[in-house]
Design a binder for this molecule. Structure first.
Ligand code: HEC
Length: 149
């Protein structure tokens, strides 16, 4: 009984964060296929993405309480070298143009004299923009990072 609930819960968790190249409405028809593409969700890139998400949540809290912001983990700079899940990225040059935009927005948050909350929201937008190209699943979770204007 308990075990079944746990399996269901883990299944839902995997679904909410796993990638889908289609828009969510289309993807829901064939969730088993999406999951088997990425059974553990553990490519190098996926692991860095989770670090980016966790760091985003920390920054969000710090910006909301106007405290000093934590530097970002250096591993984030490796997104272009990290191996993605098979079949996720067909043209790596295109991926790199999205990642360049994201990395520049990330650095902008740390510049002197900028409106950090605004720069943070721009960074979140650059996450969403890349995800619209490659990976719809996490978009709702990413959008939760947006700070109120
Ligand atoms: C340059 C494109 C790009 C940018 C920018 C980007 N992502 Fe991703 N993200 C991806 C791709 C591609 C995957 C799928 C990785 C894989 O399965 O190998 C992914 C996967 C994820 C996942 C799922 C990881 C898992 O456990 O499978 C999360 C969560 C995520 N991204 C959050 C974020 C957040 C938060 C940001 C911004 C701070 C962000 N992403 C920025 C392309 C991007």
């Amino acid at each position: 009984m308990h075990k079944r609930k746990r399996v269901l819960f883990l299944g839902l968790l995997a679904l909410t964060l796993s990638c889908s190249k289609q828009k969510p409405a289309e993807a829901s028809e064939d969730t088993t296929k999406v999951q088997s593409l990425n059974p553990n969700g553990d490519s190098e890139l996926a692991i860095i993405m989770r670090t980016m998400h966790e760091h985003g949540k920390i920054l969000r809290k710090e910006l909301l309480s106007d405290t000093t912001i934590t530097p970002y983990p250096e591993t984030i700079k490796n997104i272009n070298q990290a191996t993605p899940t098979d079949g996720m990225i067909d043209d790596h040059k295109i991926f790199e143009s999205f990642s360049a935009l994201y990395l520049s927005k990330l650095d902008s948050i740390y510049l002197d004299g900028v409106n950090r909350k605004l720069q943070f929201n721009r960074m979140v937008s650059s996450c969403v923009t890349c995800h619209q190209e490659y990976c719809y699943g996490p978009i709702p979770a990413i959008k939760k990072l947006y700070l109120p204007e």
